[in-house]
Design a protein around this ligand. Structure first.
Ligand SMILES: Nc1ncnc2c1ncn2[C@@H]1O[C@H](COP(=O)(O)OP(=O)(O)OP(=O)(O)O)[C@@H](O)[C@H]1O
Ligand SMILES: [Mg+2]
Length: 340
């Protein structure tokens, strides 16, 4: 559906994107994830047409659109700053794209009211000026405005990042529902890994103008292709030499020169070891009680291990408790050291 082929983008002498290749399928929810400055927005703007690549091609449905102007691409765009017309009413903001298309008044009216309902904007709100709405409501207007023209593709650049945590979670669930309902191919930019994992069919993890990995949330999280991805997605423990050699004493064949990692929920406190599990001794340094789970900071073999345990309502370990940590070499993700 959308194909980026060997995209290179330069700003003067600075190369922001080095040979980016991405294929997004029809109807897919595809996310660009990565730290600030890694090239997410630049890649998105190359798709929407705001940026011309120095090299490479952009295809939509096998058609080369690299030189097609923005307004002819039929791509809906939602930015972080809403880019709404503040003095116009909500209604006129949503209707804007349809008026430009010279659609008939009653047709516009039907479309605006239908989409407003979908994003949960009331008739009363439609009559208000945008500046009278809250951030979350304005964001709904921005989403409605981009959906109302029924684009084939929608590009969203950190559309929820100005909102408070609760509203962000609520809106992202709605966004996902709408996206599936409309079947719109969506490209979503975020630096929030939780947002990426919960929303996406697939994720591209960016780093310094390169893509480190493209995969499903589970592939990215549990089979991180690179050390950068494994550190960027979720929390993780890097195991020190003592623990690595303990595992090797029990039959693992870990290269001590490599970097070995384990996710917090793959370590277990005082559980029954099975198969080739190894038991390490540790002392609880502190804990954080989250309700759904408990996070322990544990002193073990000269390093701190972080462990997440499901809150079973029975086992709760205190600071100073001696515990067994059950670990399996099968749960590690291992990476060769980077060449200097
Ligand atoms: N118009 C521009 N002129 C010069 N450099 C730019 C321009 N736009 C982006 N850059 C640079 O290109 C790199 C990638 O920027 P980009 O905006 O794509 O990052 P990002 O991944 O979207 O980051 P963020 O999460 O902070 O939005 C950065 O180093 C940035 O400074
Ligand atoms: Mg950006």
């Amino acid at each position: 559906m959308i194909d980026l082929k060997n995209i290179i983008v330069r700003f003067g002498d600075f190369e922001a994107l080095h040979n980016i290749n991405v294929n997004v399928d029809k109807g897919e929810f595809f996310t660009f994830l990565g730290p600030s400055g890694c090239g997410k927005t630049t890649t998105l703007r190359t798709i929407t047409g705001f940026i011309q690549p120095a090299e490479g091609k952009v295809y939509v449905n096998d058609k080369d659109i690299t030189n097609v102007p923005i307004e002819k691409r039929n791509i809906g765009i939602v930015f972080q700053s809403y880019a709404l017309f503040p003095t116009m009413t909500v209604y006129d903001n949503i209707a804007y794209g349809l008026k430009i298309k010279k659609m008939k008044k009653d047709e516009i009216d039907t479309k605006v009211r239908t989409i407003a309902k979908k994003v949960d904007l009331s008739d009363e709100q439609l009559g208000k000026a945008v500046s009278q709405l809250s951030g979350g409501q304005q964001q709904r207007v921005a989403i409605a405005r981009s959906l109302v023209t029924e684009p084939e593709i929608i590009c969203l650049d950190e559309p929820l990042s100005n909102l408070d945590a609760k509203l962000r979670v609520q809106l992202r669930t709605e966004l996902k529902h709408m996206q599936k309902e409309f079947g719109i191919t969506s490209i979503y930019v975020t630096h929030d890994q939780e947002e990426a994992l919960t929303l996406s069919d697939r994720i591209a993890v960016f780093n310094k103008g390169y893509i480190e990995q493209i995969g499903t949330p589970n592939e990215i999280y549990n089979h991180s292709a690179t050390e950068f991805v494994c550190n960027f997605i979720g929390d993780i423990n890097r195991l020190n030499d003592n623990i690595v050699s303990k595992l090797n004493e029990h039959g693992a064949a870990l290269d001590p020169a490599w970097h070995h990692y384990i996710r917090l929920e793959r370590l277990h406190v005082n559980s029954e070891p099975k198969d080739d599990d190894v038991i390490l001794k540790g002392v609880v340094k502190s804990r954080e009680y989250y309700g759904l789970y408990i996070k322990y900071y544990i002193d073990c073999e000269g390093q701190e291990l972080k462990i997440i345990e499901k809150n079973d309502g029975i086992n709760l370990y205190d600071t100073g408790d001696f515990i067994n940590i059950v670990i399996s070499a099968r749960d590690l993700m291992s990476y060769p050291p980077k060449e200097a």
